[in-house]
Design a protein around this ligand. Structure first.
Ligand code: KDG
Length: 311
C-alpha cells in the first residue's frame, strides 16, 4: 500500500524544562515538530503507512528530523537535503496562558518547498495527500506547491487540508484569508478549529462555513467545547462527538494527532462518528506529553473504545 503523503516543513524544536518566560529557562530538550510530520507520525502509529515530504538543511537538526521520523516508521525517502539553507527551528514557551511557539525559520530549507516536488513518485502514488495552512505562509514557492497539489485532480487520490492558522507566519500586509480560502475550498477534507475559522473566514457557524466552502466533501470543525463536528456531503449529515477527558500536559500537536486519527478512520472506511472518535483518541495521546507527538492508545484499546456506545 503506498504511503499517505504529508507535505510541509518539519523543524528542530526546543522544549523548555520548565514553564515560564524563556529568559528564565536554563535547559531545553531537543525534539522535532511540524504539523504535517506530526500527522505522518500519528498515522504510522495507527498502522497507516505514511511519508513525510519536505526539505531539511545539511546539518544536525536536519539529520535529527529525518532520523526521528524514520524511527517513528515514517517514510522519509523523498526528503530533500538543501546544501545551503539551514533546518528551521522553533522554541516552545509554556505557561498558564498557553504555549507560544517562537519561530526561527525564515530562509530555512523547509521554506524553499516549491512545485519542483510535484513530480515526486511518493506524491504521485499516494492515496491521500495531507497539507496545512502553515505551508502557504512560508514562501511563494511553498504556496504554489500546495495550490498545485490541491488543483491537480488525480483519480482515486484524496486531499486533506488542516487550516492550522499561524498568524505569526504571515508577513505584514499579507491577506491570509484571501490565500487560504481557495485552498480550503479545493481540498476534499478540511479540518479547522472554531477560533481559526473565526479569524480566517469570519465565522465558525457550521452552515455559514459550508456556504463559504462548498468544495470539500467533508469539513471537520473542532469547537472550543472540545467537540468535533463532521459535515459530510455524501450523507448531508452532521455528526458531533465530544473529546475524551484527559489531564492536559501541553496541547501543541493535538490537532495534528486528531487529523491523523480522522484520516486513518477515513482510510479504514469508518463512518463519520468512528472517524471523529479515532481523531479524539489519537489527540488524547498528544495532549498528555510536553512534545508535539504522543503515541495513541494501543490497537486493542482503540478497538474497544471505538466499539463503545456513546455516553
Ligand atoms: O500543530 C503543531 C505545529 O504548530 C507545530 O508542530 C509546529 O509546524 C509547526 C508550526 O509551524 O507551528
Amino acid at each position: 500500500q503506498p504511503p499517505v503523503a504529508c507535505v510541509g516543513e518539519t523543524m528542530a524544536a526546543l522544549l523548555p524544562d520548565r514553564p515560564g518566560p524563556l529568559d528564565h529557562v536554563e535547559t531545553f530538550r531537543h525534539a522535532i515538530g511540524g504539523a504535517e510530520a506530526n500527522v505522518a507520525r500519528g498515522l504510522a502509529a495507527l498502522g497507516v503507512p505514511a511519508a513525510w515530504i519536505g526539505r531539511v538543511g545539511a546539518d544536525g537538526f536536519g539529520r535529527r528530523v529525518t532520523a526521528e521520523l524514520a524511527a517513528s516508521g515514517v517514510d522519509v525517502s523523498a526528503v530533500e537535503v538543501d546544501p545551503r539553507r539551514p533546518t528551521g527551528l522553533y522554541v516552545k514557551e509554556t505557561g498558564p496562558g498557553g504555549s507560544v511557539l517562537h519561530y526561527y525559520r525564515e530562509g530555512s530549507a523547509g521554506s524553499a518547498l516549491s512545485p519542483a516536488l510535484l513530480g515526486s513518485p511518493v506524491l504521485r502514488d499516494a492515496p491521500l495527500v495531507h497539507l496545512s495552512g502553515i505551508t502557504p505562509a512560508l514562501s511563494a514557492g511553498a504556496h504554489a506547491l500546495v495550490a498545485g497539489l490541491l488543483r491537480e485532480r488525480v483519480p482515486g487520490r484524496l486531499t486533506s487540508f488542516d487550516l492550522n492558522y499561524r498568524p505569526a507566519l504571515w508577513p505584514p500586509g499579507a491577506d491570509p484569508a484571501a490565500t487560504l480560502r481557495p485552498l480550503l475550498d479545493a481540498a476534499g477534507i478540511v479540518l479547522l478549529g472554531a477560533d481559526e475559522a473565526e479569524a480566517v473566514l469570519g465565522t465558525s457557524d457550521p452552515a455559514k462555513l459550508r456556504a463559504l466552502l462548498p468544495g470539500p466533501d467533508t469539513i471537520v470543525l473542532k469547537d472550543d467545547r472540545h467537540q468535533a463536528t463532521a459535515l459530510t456531503r455524501l450523507t448531508s449529515e452532521t455528526v458531533t462527538e465530544p473529546a475524551l477527558r484527559v489531564e492536559v500536559v501541553e496541547p501543541v500537536g493535538a490537532g495534528d494527532a486528531f487529523a491523523a486519527g480522522f484520516l486513518a478512520g477515513t482510510l479504514r472506511g469508518l463512518d463519520p462518528r468512528g472517524r471523529l472518535r479515532l481523531g479524539h483518541l489519537a489527540a488524547a495521546g498528544a495532549l498528555v506529553v510536553p512534545g508535539d507527538h504522543g503515541p495513541p492508545p494501543p490497537p486493542d484499546r482503540i478497538a474497544a473504545l471505538l466499539a463503545a456506545t456513546p455516553a
